[in-house]
Structure formats: structure tokens, C-alpha cells
Design a protein around this ligand. Sequence first.
Ligand SMILES: [Zn+2]
Length: 301
Amino acid sequence: MHDTSPPAPSDRDDEYTLWIVKYGTRTAMRHELFLNYGLYGEPDGSASMDYFFWIARNRLRTIVIDTGFSTEAGDIRGRTMLIHPREALAALGVDPRTAETVILTHAHYDHVGNNALFPTSALVIAQREIDFWTGPLASKRQFAAFVDQTDIAGLIDAQQHGRLHAFRGSTSPAPGIEVLELGGHTPGMSVVSVQTNDGPALLASDTLHLYEQYEREMPFSGVTDLAAMYEAYSTIRTMLNGGITHLVSGHDPSTLSRFRASNRLPVWPARSAQPLRTTAAPHADAARAHRSTPQGSDGQL
Ligand SMILES: [Zn+2]
């Protein structure tokens, strides 16, 4: 048996306990998730996607990374919300009205919904992402399907009130946290590296919906720049070789099982039969989990 309690909160300003919060789920077919799935000559089948947001916290700071989908945006798309992010934040003792910083990895509906819950927070997002979703291509059907106009309006409102911290390339909104724009899935798609009290972690968000995308280089169906998506996999590989020890996917259902579950939290009442699980900072098993799977293997998925 291993210790299932989360590491003690760090005293250091640049080191965090990282929480992975699963708040939703869906079932899809593999051909819906992988771009041009027929190219692989593999049978179709059902696959799940889970929906997460993340919280990096130490004694001095609480950084929220992404804000989940809203009830309305999830319902329209047939997604199952297991717990409203507002309730999940409350259960974790995070008051969104006083959260200093919210990092938004990209502007899709399942990552920037509920941003109205954070009326005073600095919202950190790539400038390229804002430019695109307020520009002429955003209304094209293939792009517009992935965003909710209420959410975009919230970003514009934050911009008008000086709370939108748009960056180009990379930024460090807090000690021990780096946000790096990689593009591919969306024009300003960004990943977040977090120094945790169990080693450096990379929140890949939707540069890597599923570990299989990365391990087998099978791009996701939703893409704005395919070359950049492939390049993002290479960049992530380089980051892992350079010392990142924990890789956290954007939507892979195996994510929680790769990290240590917390026994300090109640099993929250979820809106489906499936109990919600929340994991604390990664532990040693996670370091094994992200090792590259040989081509052709079905890995752990
Ligand atoms: Zn997503």
C-alpha cells in the first residue's frame, strides 16, 4: 500500500501542490477523436474523454488553470457535468472571487466557461488566442463550434477592465509557473509547467487530449494548424527529456489513475452515478506513466 494523502503544502513560494479536478465526461467514437482515423487502418470503437481543470496551490498562492465548461455549453454538446466547477472549487476551499490568477490554456468552451466566477482575477492567455477568437475566422462554422460566445464576451470584458494579461510566446505569471504557447489545436494553445513538491509537472491541456495522441503521434480531430500540432508533440518530448517528470493530459480518462488520489477530500456528490475523483500532486507512478510507448503498442489506454 502506498500513502494516498497529498503532500503537505509547500512553504516555498515557487513550489505547488497540483490538483487535477475531473468535472465532466463524454463517450465518443475513436474516429471522432483522431484526425483522419481511417489512415491508421485500425478498427473503430468507443472511447471516453474526461474534462478537467487544475489548481496549483501553496501557502501563499492559488493559481487556477482553466475554468471548465458552463452548464449551458456542456448541455448543448451533450457532455456530462459530474460536478459544477464552482462546487469543486468550493470543496477545495478556493474562493474564485479572490483568486489572484487564472491561466487559460485556450479559449474553447470547455476551458474558459464559468470565467464570470472570477470577477477580479487576472486572466492569463496567449494574445494570439484572443486575436483569433475576436477576429474574422472565429465565426466560421468549424471554429465556432468549439467556443461559447458568453465565454468570449467574458474575456473581452476582462480586457476592457485591464484584467486580461495577454502574452506572446511565454510568460511566468507566478514563481515556479511558466506558460508556453505551442499552437496546433488552437492558434494560441498553451501548456503550463508547474513546479510541484513532487517534481516539475507539465499540464499539456489540449496539446495532448489523450496520451495516445502523443505516444503514437496521432493528431486530434480538432486542429487549426496540423504542423504545429506535430511540433507540439516534439516540444513536449523535449521538455520531458529536459526534466519534466509528470505529464498531465487534457482529457485522457487514465489521467487520474496515473496520479495519487487524495483521501482528504470527500467523494463529492456528482450529477451522474460516477463518483468524482480528485487527485493530488503526482507521485512516483506518474513518472513511469509518461514514458514513451513504442509505436504500435496500445499503451495504457
Ligand atoms: Zn478541451
